[in-house]
Design a protein around this ligand. Structure first.
Ligand SMILES: Nc1ncnc2c1ncn2[C@@H]1O[C@H](COP(=O)(O)OP(=O)(O)OP(=O)(O)O)[C@@H](O)[C@H]1O
Ligand SMILES: [Mg+2]
Length: 304
């Protein structure tokens, strides 16, 4: 890996991340270059995918209202809002992930490719930012719905980012066999977007995740919703053990690298902890965050 390579200003943030870090297969991983679907321009993406299964019956229960202003202020994609640099970037990113999840005439879908873990080596590298934006972007798809799971059990932040109140979540359903995980899902007023909170904190989150019940619980998330993409907002790989266990349950990992901060060593260590998943892609996140000038990938010229 050479972090100091001159950077091409073209290509998506996925392509540029692979270039910056000269991403090659690590033992136990498949390279995004060799086995992943080619990075397709948006118009060649999901349209080719085999027809999706019908949506689950329309949910008629209560829906919580997502605070759009809060979304806008924090730099997230606003549903039905204007097209922005961020919304365009996530369009490209989601095509690649959806293609791997659903497959097309040329390639089979990945096993559990509909489960996508958003991870990074350290805190503050943009996992939650990317997980939520990806979820908002996928929710806008006609043929897909998305369940965003807050899997950062020690420091959950999805609910607060959406301006929502805390409630039962994944850890409660894992800990209590009598609690159906579906009952913990929050339906939002954003069409296609549902949320599964982290649930109660426990000192045994890794043990619960590693238990045999986890797979059953996760299967329930999609068994009646074949069009559902499940995005997990992970804790940082190098500071919390649940991340590597979560990787064993998903079909895709999106590893966020913070352009001018994530070191090669940290990235390699984080990737080796994700060895439980064979399909890992890097996503380059921007560096120059400021309350007024937030732009995704702006350091490398995106949107200029
Ligand atoms: N591309 C970006 N553009 C603008 N702001 C960003 C971007 N990426 C991250 N941020 C902001 O940086 C801060 C840290 O990001 P975020 O909370 O997503 O990190 P994290 O990796 O989830 O951290 P933690 O491991 O502590 O949960 C947040 O305020 C977020 O809104
Ligand atoms: Mg986070």
């Amino acid at each position: 890996m050479n972090k100091h390579n001159p950077l091409s200003k073209s290509g998506s943030l996925l392509e540029r991340a692979a270039q910056v870090y000269d991403y090659v297969p690590v033992a136990g991983h498949q390279s995004v270059h060799s086995s992943a679907p080619e990075i397709l321009p948006p118009e060649q993406g999901y349209q080719q995918v085999v027809p999706a299964a019908p949506r689950a019956p329309v949910y008629e229960g209560p829906r919580v209202i997502v605070d759009r202003e809060k979304l806008r202020d924090a730099g997230f994609i606003v549903p039905d809002g204007p097209v922005t640099g961020i919304s365009e970037e996530f369009r490209i990113i989601k095509r690649q992930l959806l293609l791997a999840a659903r497959g097309n005439q040329k390639q089979a879908p990945l096993q559990h490719g509909e489960r996508i873990l958003i991870c990074s080596a350290h805190p503050d590298e943009g996992k939650t930012f990317c997980a939520l934006n990806l979820a908002l972007s996928i929710a806008a798809e006609k043929d897909n719905e998305v369940l965003l799971v807050d899997a950062d059990f020690a420091k959950p932040s999805i609910l607060s980012s959406l301006g929502l109140e805390g409630s039962r979540g994944l850890m409660d359903a894992l800990a209590d066999p009598d609690l159906p995980v579906e009952d913990c899902i929050i339906h939002t007023d954003i069409e296609g977007l549902t949320i599964l909170p982290a649930g109660d904190q426990t000192n045994h989150d890794t043990e619960y995740l590693a238990s045999s019940r986890t797979e059953q619980v996760l299967n329930r998330l999609t068994q009646h919703n074949p069009n559902r993409i499940v995005i997990f907002d992970s804790p940082p790989a190098l500071s919390a053990s649940p991340a590597s266990v979560l990787a064993t349950h998903v079909g895709q990992v999106l590893m966020i690298v913070k352009a001018d901060e994530t070191t090669e060593t940290a990235l390699r260590d984080a990737l080796s902890l994700m060895a439980g998943c064979e399909h890992i892609q890097l996503l380059l996140n921007g560096t120059k965050f400021s309350p007024t000038g937030r732009r995704f990938g702006s350091y490398y010229g995106y949107g200029e």
